[in-house]
Design a protein around this ligand. Structure first.
Ligand SMILES: Nc1ncnc2c1ncn2[C@@H]1O[C@H](COP(=O)(O)OP(=O)(O)O)[C@@H](O)[C@H]1O
Ligand SMILES: [Mg+2]
Length: 426
């Protein structure tokens, strides 16, 4: 590599390079706390029942019989992805022992959010497992080509006894979800390849309505598997069983208990509990402490609170976001800290104009604004202007207005909106 512009220092120089120094006195195995980490069975807490149900669905596939498919519902961080991966992994392991050829694929539909992307992901996963040399185009073809690679005449399913597909966050596929599900089930019914197919379809939305129509319903278990949120005790145990992510003696029970309690406040989300603990460790490390302290946990909680709020705002509907933007703008530019709906509505209308949207009614904006108080982005209350004036509702922003403004409007339009408001003298 004579032309490599990046220099490689001599071994001698590297020997006392400070980049090589082991200076982490907090973490031992930080990877145990990463959200993508799939913990082994001994670290999974309180999901025995759900694991058993999923096992029942997939077990036949591990011994060469047809598996069943199931829907898994539950709020974020309730262990849905974990349980699906865990049980599928075990099924594949048992199949290997029994010399059954079981292929499995995991698709995060949030990332692969169209039928073609999901189909390609499925085909690529099977290829990697059974025929790594096979050529499959990665662009320029549609979903049907990928299905063909799987169950066409020369498809890879000819080499497979059973196939398990985990379609995670399937609601992100919108209407394409039904397409994917029905094609998977039809291919099996057609029995062209003799490969049995089981699907685990997962959604974070408990009211997910893109449920399979008749074309697919028959191959799914009747009742969805619902994952309830964890309570503080379970969250605590989840964290305790990951405590070896830290060096011995750096976290104690009170720190773990606090992280669990803070995460349980919302809806018992294990991802958030792990997030708080990991962030607390990072804060402790950065501040040069030799222990994770309660104050680090509190700071971590606030920090991830901000992240959570940003995500929440970004996922709001356009008019809800515009109205929230209006409140943030008022909060930033006016002396008051709470504002009447009417005032917010005036600014909202200008935001709508600047984003080329038709504005919705005053009443609708009031409804949308009230909704922001649930996740505590805002609070609102009645205030009396004396009997003659009647009472009216005021809204107050509970977050940094700059952060709210930049999360509530798409990046490309932010400048336009601000200029428009300023030109109107708002
Ligand atoms: N019962 C549990 N025991 C141990 N860790 C868990 C448990 N449930 C969830 N987790 C951890 O919490 C995080 C979120 O879980 P995940 O399965 O991704 O939730 P979901 O898919 O329901 O949003 C993951 O890092 C996972 O390892
Ligand atoms: Mg998940």
């Amino acid at each position: 590599m004579a032309n490599d512009p990046i220099p490689t220092p001599s071994i001698k120089d590297l020997q006392d390079d400070r980049m090589g120094e082991e200076d982490d006195n907090i973490f031992e195995r930080r990877e145990l706390l990463r959200p993508q980490h799939v913990p082994d069975k001994s670290r999974i807490v309180g999901r025995d029942e759900e694991i058993t149900i999923v096992e029942e669905l997939l077990k036949p596939a591990a011994v060469g019989d047809p598996p069943e498919s199931g829907f898994i519902f539950g709020k974020t961080g309730t262990g849905k992805s974990l349980v699906a991966k865990h049980v599928t992994g075990r099924a594949r392991g048992i199949a290997q022992l029994k010399e059954v050829n079981l292929a499995a694929a995991y698709v995060d539909c949030d990332q692969y959010n169209t039928e073609t992307r999901t189909a390609r992901r499925l085909a690529f996963s099977v290829r990697d497992a059974v025929e790594p040399e096979r050529y499959i185009p990665d662009s320029g073809v549609g979903a049907s080509r990928y299905y063909d690679e799987l169950w066409g005449d020369d498809g890879m399913f000819n080499q497979v006894d059973a196939f398990i597909a985990i379609l995670d966050e399937i609601d992100k596929l919108g209407h394409d979800a039904t397409e994917v599900l029905s094609k998977l089930s039809r291919s099996e019914e057609a029995g062209k390849t003799g490969c049995y197919i089981g699907v685990l379809a997962i959604s974070n939305k408990t009211d997910y309505t893109e449920s399979p129509d008749e074309r697919v319903a028959s191959s799914f278990q009747d009742d969805p598997i619902v994952f309830p949120p964890y309570d503080a005790t379970q969250l605590r145990e989840i964290l305790e069983r990951r405590a070896d992510a830290f060096k011995e003696g750096t976290v104690d029970g009170s720190v773990i208990g606090l992280a669990a309690a803070l995460a349980a406040r919302d809806h018992g989300d294990a991802r958030r509990a792990l997030d708080i603990l990991r962030t607390a460790g990072k804060i402790a490390k950065k501040s040069g402490e030799s222990k994770v302290l309660e104050e680090h946990v509190k700071e971590a909680d606030e920090y991830s609170d901000v992240n959570r709020s940003i995500k929440l705002i970004q996922s709001g509907t356009p008019h809800a976001r515009y109205a929230l933007f209006a409140l943030a703008y008022l909060t930033k530019t006016k002396l008051d800290d709470s504002f009447r709906t009417t005032k917010i509505y005036d600014v909202y209308r200008d935001v709508a104009i600047a984003t080329h949207a038709d504005s919705v009614s005053h009443q609708r904006i009031l409804e949308l604004m009230k909704k922001w108080s649930l996740p505590e982005i805002t609070e609102n209350y009645y205030t009396g202007g004396g009997k003659s004036e009647g009472s009216y509702r005021e809204h107050r922003l509970l977050h940094d207005p700059d952060i709210v403004m930049s999360s509530a409007i798409e990046k490309d339009s932010l400048q336009d909106v601000l200029e428009h408001l300023q030109s109107k003298g708002v």
